[in-house]
Design a binder for this molecule. Structure first.
Ligand SMILES: [Zn+2]
Ligand SMILES: [Zn+2]
Length: 128
C-alpha cells in the first residue's frame, strides 16, 4: 500500500511506521513528528491536501504522499494530518497552530467533507 503510521507515540514520542509494499517485504521504522510534512503544490506553495512521509528504513529511500482524506489507511492518515495541523497550522491559511485536537478535527473534517464527502472522516478523537 504505502508508508504509513502504525503507532502514534504519546507526548511527542514520534511515530512508528510501516512500509508495507517495500521491495523484498514490509519493513518498519520510527520517525519524529517533525519528519512528516505537507506536500507542495505545482506553484511551490504548501498543500493542505497532501502529506509526505519518507521511509526511514536504511537504504530504502521511498516516499509516500497521502491525501487528507486518508486513501487506503484513513484512520492513520487522518490522525497524521491532525497532528501536523496542531503543530504547524493548516496551510489553507484559515487555521493557526496550537489549537485543541477537537477544533483541529472539526477543521480538517471540513476539508475532507468538501473534497470527498461527509462519510469519509473517521477520527473522533486522538490521544495527544
Ligand atoms: Zn521503506
Ligand atoms: Zn485548512
Amino acid at each position: 500500500m504505502s508508508i504509513y503510521v502504525l503507532d502514534f507515540k504519546p507526548a511527542g514520542g514520534g511515530f512508528d511506521l510501516v512500509h508495507d509494499d517495500a521491495p523484498g517485504g514490509a519493513h518498519t521504522g520510527h520517525v519524529a513528528a517533525t519528519d512528516i510534512s505537507f506536500g507542495t503544490q505545482m506553484d511551490g506553495s504548501t498543500d493542505y491536501r497532501t502529506a509526505v512521509i519518507a521511509c526511514p528504513f536504511p537504504g530504502c529511500g521511498s516516499v509516500s504522499t497521502h491525501p487528507v482524506g486518508g486513501g487506503a489507511a484513513p484512520r492513520s492518515v487522518q490522525e497524521m494530518f491532525i497532528r501536523m495541523v496542531i503543530r504547524l497550522g493548516c496551510p489553507c491559511g484559515a487555521f493557526t497552530a496550537g489549537k485543541s485536537a477537537v477544533l483541529t478535527i472539526i477543521h480538517l473534517k471540513g476539508h475532507v467533507t468538501a473534497l470527498e464527502g461527509a462519510q469519509r472522516w473517521q477520527v473522533a478523537s486522538i490521544v495527544p
